[in-house]
Design a protein around this ligand. Structure first.
Ligand code: UDP
Length: 287
């Protein structure tokens, strides 16, 4: 039980949540549970709104029942949609492009309204592109099916897929491919610890972007994986993926000033190296 006790359940199972809250008497909740695949949200919006919004309401109900009034919530850069400018500060207008982004924005609104009505304390963290892997190599991810760029490029590098499709090479970017702000999962984790401590100390409610403030193109990701793995990567040029903005880069200054957050692994190469190490089960790690 290295990371403490684990209880498996569904948010919508309020009786189970109730029992868990009674058993552990938590001071605060870190709420990560959600569906995250944007394309799937377009195909099955009801499932997304049920899971991401309605079931969050169930959690909030049980929290209130037990007098738990602090929450850290995982949100997303998808609330901004196709940005009008980059880097993107938290004050950028909202225009989600899909039900996933809408579902996260709805929960953001719900938290703000409950804060006003009932004094809920919240921190909303808007992730940009989560990347990397556990630097200790102990935890691994398992997306079925995998849709994210870096793991897919790694699969292409190790022959687990024939190639990597680059979705669009005619974007208005230096090399024509989309630019994203990749943030290491360990840095996302450290931001949550800082957010929790800050909330428990009674600080004001906060919504903050989590990104490094640096962008890398799809081609740069492919080149970086080729360099780190020292393997050739077969590339296939494909159509643009609907709803993909050309550039998404965070302005992370608020997370820095309010949380004291500074990413430990801002470099793409380091993030890829950790992902490779976890994939291959190699430890210890360099970098
Ligand atoms: N991408 C790509 N080929 C793939 C998967 C993703 O070219 O097989 C591109 C995608 O268009 C986007 C970037 O890689 O510009 C990151 O996509 P990902 O799905 O990892 O994250 P998202 O930006 O959608 O959150």
């Amino acid at each position: 039980m290295q990371w403490g006790p684990f209880e498996k359940g569904e948010l919508k199972d309020e009786a189970h949540l109730d029992a868990i809250f009674a058993k552990y008497r938590p001071q605060a909740v870190l709420h990560f549970a959600a569906f995250i695949e944007a394309g799937e949200s377009v195909r099955d919006p009801q499932r997304f709104y049920q899971n991401n919004v309605a079931d969050s309401l169930a959690l909030l109900r049980v929290m209130q029942l037990h007098g738990v009034d602090k929450i850290v919530f995982s949100s997303t850069a998808a609330v901004y949609g196709n940005p009008l400018y980059t880097p993107i500060p938290e004050t950028h207008p909202f225009a989600p492009l899909n039900p996933y982004g809408h579902s996260k924005l709805m929960v953001e609104r719900i938290l703000a309204d409950i804060a006003l009505a009932k004094g809920l304390g919240y921190t909303i963290l808007r992730y940009f592109n989560a990347a990397g892997a556990d630097p200790e190599g102990e935890l691994r991810e398992n997306h079925q099916p995998e849709t994210h760029l870096i793991p897919l490029v790694l699969q292409a590098a190790y022959g687990k897929r024939p190639n990597i499709a680059i979705f669009g090479t005619d974007y208005d970017t230096p090399d024509g491919t989309c630019i994203r702000d990749y943030v290491h999962v360990a840095d996302l984790a450290s931001a949550h610890v800082l957010a929790l401590k800050r909330l428990l100390s009674g600080s004001r409610n906060l919504t903050a972007n989590l990104g490094t403030g640096c962008g890398f193109s799809v081609r740069e990701v492919v080149d970086t994986v080729a360099r780190v793995t020292n393997r050739p990567i077969p590339v296939r040029i494909a159509e643009r993926r609907p709803g993909d903005p050309a550039i998404l880069i965070a302005d992370p200054s608020l997370a820095r000033s309010e949380l004291g957050w500074a990413p430990a692994y801002p470099e793409l190469e380091q993030q890829v190296r950790h992902a490779v190490n976890v994939l291959n089960g190699t430890r210890p790690l360099q970098g």
